[in-house]
Design a binder for this molecule. Structure first.
Ligand code: A3P
Length: 313
């Protein structure tokens, strides 16, 4: 495969098809407005999160220097992955790889699928990505494994909007045919792929003080990038000089992320609209006033007493 480091565009990856990427087709369900999914452990998942890939992700032999970025989709996962890869590589991108190629997404049967043997042979530190709640984490029970988990969360209004736009263009999405209002309803009812946002985020928040869990927020990365990078470096044991902070901040900013051949995701044609707005508060262009008030009430009830809150603008 040609690589970003060699200066030529990477080859396009094959587009998603159930027959190629869902492994078993019998358990695929069709929900409201044609929303295609399967259930794993009772939680709504995309068809490309297959039972065998999930099983592999749970039983991987974990090394103490493994790192797993975890999130509900659309929370800044790729941004954090870019920051993390550059933290590991002194500000540079890892040689000869694209962002998606350098991160192991074990539970998924699309995009750089690697066998157990290949994963076992990967050099350290391995960086995994996962969209699983705490009890379904990569490597088994996080309280029992030496893996370092970095969880990133984002305010749920922006997540719901970003997810809506993302899914309306991606071939591997659930082929949802409904509109925004119904999407929001499904988001609140935990019917979107990866299940209930509140349960997901709170499952990791509950364990934020575990020595191998680091909880981050998209909004903090946006408002205090330098501080967040230093805290991330501290958690993972990397020296973070002022110079390195400046280099990583510059190279992972929204505009550069979209342009840089390491992070622009150009090898995946269906991700051409991946980097959409990259701001806090784009939900205001989507929510009606009534939807916003209704959601605020749901949010208040579900988050009450948890100690977790988000910036919405
Ligand atoms: P929007 O759709 O609101 O623009 P994930 O990687 O978890 O799928 O998250 C994708 C969201 O993160 C998208 O949000 C995307 O634009 C945003 N994002 C990606 N890189 C970013 C960056 N460097 N700065 C700010 N936001 C970024």
């Amino acid at each position: 495969m040609s690589t970003a480091a060699e200066g030529s565009p990477p080859e396009a990856l094959p587009a998603y098809q159930d027959e190629l990427h869902a492994e078993v087709l019998d358990d695929i369900r069709i929900g409201e407005h044609g929303y295609k999914h399967r259930l794993i452990d009772g939680i709504v998942m995309p068809p490309y999160i297959t039972p065998s890939r999930y099983q592999l992700s749970r039983t991987l032999e974990i090394r103490p220097d493994d790192i797993c970025i975890t999130s509900y989709p659309k929370s800044g996962t790729n941004w954090l992955a870019n920051v993390l890869m550059r933290l590991i590589h002194g500000g540079e991108a890892p040689p000869g790889q694209t962002l998606r190629e350098s991160v192991h997404w074990v539970e998924s049967a699309i995009l750089y699928v690697r066998s157990k043997e290949e994963l076992d042979a990967m050099p350290s530190p391995r960086v995994f990505k996962s969209h699983m709640p705490f009890h379904m984490a990569v490597g088994g029970d996080p309280l029992e494994t030496p893996c370092r988990y970095v969880y990133i969360a984002r305010n749920p209004k922006d997540v719901a909007v970003s997810y809506f736009h993302f899914e309306s263009t991606a071939p591997w999405a659930g082929e949802y045919t409904g509109g925004w209002s119904h999407w929001l309803q499904m988001f609140v009812e935990g019917k979107l792929q990866r299940g209930d946002w509140f349960d997901h985020v709170l499952s990791w928040w509950k364990h934020r003080d575990a020595p191998n869990v680091h909880f981050m927020k998209y909004e903090d990365l946006s408002n205090d990038f330098d501080g967040e990078l230093r805290r991330l470096g501290g958690f993972l044991g990397y020296e973070v000089s002022d110079e390195l902070v400046g280099v990583i901040r510059e190279r992972t900013g929204f505009r550069n992320t979209k342009q840089d051949s390491f992070s622009n995701l150009h090898e995946i044609p269906a991700l051409s609209h991946f980097y959409r707005k990259g701001v806090i508060g784009s939900w205001k262009e989507q929510f009606t006033v009534l939807e916003s008030e209704w959601f605020d009430e749901v949010y208040r009830k579900r988050m009450q007493g948890t100690g977790l809150d988000f910036d919405f603008e």
